[in-house]
Design a protein around this ligand. Structure first.
Ligand code: ZN
Length: 185
């Protein structure tokens, strides 16, 4: 990119590291940023730095949060004996939007050890809501094998979710049905 100045090349290069952003998109975004008002650019870069610095994992459920405990884990009105296992924080948000789930969550981030520690507490049911694809099913089966010997009920969301479906893009009614129609593993 010799035709761009060093500063522009650097901005394009940094942007192109983001997922889904190819060289063309990175250039488009770079020039968009250059055309933005100064305070908007400051807002964007401050939001990134501040989130990176302050957001951490919830001590209980491992979702991303600003405090030691996320708002769901610190809510006494939630059923803390019913844990829904999801793959990531975006899936958690998708289920929260249904407004129908009163239990709490556990966000895997592909790590299981924190979940196993948590299950040493008082838990009635673990609902495995990993995505309905090969990887999600494999994870679900694995989790079930680990948890069942603990005498905790393990269930799996129903297959109302289309195969290969990413939970994030499924509407709330479908998610609610998948939850209601869950079956024991
Ligand atoms: Zn939490």
């Amino acid at each position: 990119m010799d035709f761009y100045s060093t500063q522009i090349s650097n901005l394009v290069e940094q942007l192109s590291h983001l997922p889904g952003i190819g060289a063309k998109s990175a250039q488009r975004l770079a020039f968009h940023i250059l055309n933005m008002p100064q305070d908007q650019v400051a807002g964007l870069s401050n939001a990134m730095l501040s989130a990176k610095k302050n957001v951490r994992y919830c001590k209980e459920c491992c979702t991303y949060t600003d405090d030691e405990l996320c708002p769901i884990c610190s809510n006494p009105k939630r059923n803390h004996k019913q844990i829904m296992v999801v793959e990531n924080t975006r899936d958690l948000a998708a289920y929260e939007k249904t407004g129908k789930f009163e239990g709490v969550y556990h966000v895997l981030h592909i790590r299981l050890s924190e979940l196993m520690v948590r299950l040493q507490g008082d838990v009635d049911e673990v609902i495995v809501a990993t995505n309905k694809n090969l990887e999600g099913d494999t994870t679900a089966t694995y989790i079930s094998k680990l948890i069942k010997p603990l005498g905790i009920r393990v269930s799996r969301i129903a297959s109302g979710v289309p195969a290969g479906g990413d939970l994030e893009y499924i509407d709330e009614v479908t998610l609610y049905r998948a939850l209601e129609g869950r079956t024991d593993m």
